[in-house]
Design a protein around this ligand. Sequence first.
Ligand code: CTP
Length: 397
Amino acid sequence: IISNVSDKLSLKSFLVGGCVRDLLLNIQSNDMDIVVEGDAIKLAQEVNKYINGEFFSYEKFRTATIKNEEIKFDFASARTEFYSCPAAKPLIEYSDLHNDMYRRDFSINTLAISLNKDSYGKMIDFFGGYEDIKIKRIRVLHPLSYVEDPTRIIRAIRFEFQLGFKIDKADEELIKNAMELKLFNVISFDVLKEELKLMFSHGSCPALIIMRMKELNVFKLIHPKISFNFSLDKLKGYFSCLKSEGFGNNLKEWWFLCILPIIYNILKSEDRFFKRKWKFTKKEILYVEKLKKFLFKFSRKRSQNIFKDFDLFETLEGIPSEIICFLKILEEKPLNDYVLWFEKNKNVFKPLTTGEELSNRSDVKPVFIGEILKNLKKEKFFGNISTYEDELKFINK
Ligand code: CTP
């Protein structure tokens, strides 16, 4: 359809980017990017007369999207981009396919397939992308690419794990050089966050992704003060704990759980920064608050007998299990002894009496049920009661 309509309107159109790359790699893609030398909106409008999908157009960018349950087509007018300074929003000018491909991130994303009848199916490879796909190499098109758009650094790491490719040695140097500049001050956190989310949603092993980020010195994109000292084994321990508790990349906050070991050391000092710039969600803020509250209490109670402190026990009990997985890998003594002790004992102090039992009793007012269960737990914690009969006596009293 696109081929026929392009010819009818005398427009040159091409299938480009990620979908061509995926096609060559035999990966199914439902996201089709089409570049048009000319008016992309006009082409999309005509095409949609046959497809009848949902239609959106953006005059300002001269792009349009057609969507139905199975597939999404993004139409864009070929353009070229100029960066006035590092990480700035690019200035745009309408152009041809070559320039449109040249503004892109990696050679593997610069392949195009002609859609016009006279050259239908012909592959256009301006920058050696086909060879790079064959040898699984990730490579930018020009040396300033990572400086102009630092989020490409995260994309490069994502493609390593998503496609099983490898960042070229020369690019590793470009990334390290780019990281020497103060890109942190100019980067768009919204875009960076989306790229981090994508990266962690793909990697089957977030621990390896984090170690790769460390190797390329890219934590500085998240915050320049980050000091990171977890070993690969510790990270693996954290992620396997999360997995065994049922948490995975289908969780909305998964990206947060992935970057937690990276930002842990500066969570306290840069609290406002993370909330404002990284726009943590309510649940992510709750994770941070609970973690901070517990660590604060723990640091104050260090000199006392922590294993006999019911308030501390209850504070840890109120922390979501995903954050406890993280606490378990902290190597600070006596914190890790305490967390391991908690893990072993948390069920020991649970009352045998249930809330339901209490609500069936005529002599117990519903408003007191929570209080009674808490007191039962407290008595068990201090070893004053242990059996079900003890609990009954305590309740009756
Ligand atoms: N792109 C870029 N720089 C970025 C983001 C995207 O040059 N920071 C380009 C890439 O060349 C990419 C195209 O824009 O091919 C579309 O981006 P996107 O949909 O994010 O990526 P895909 O390549 O389609 O791959 P995937 O769907 O796996 O993200």
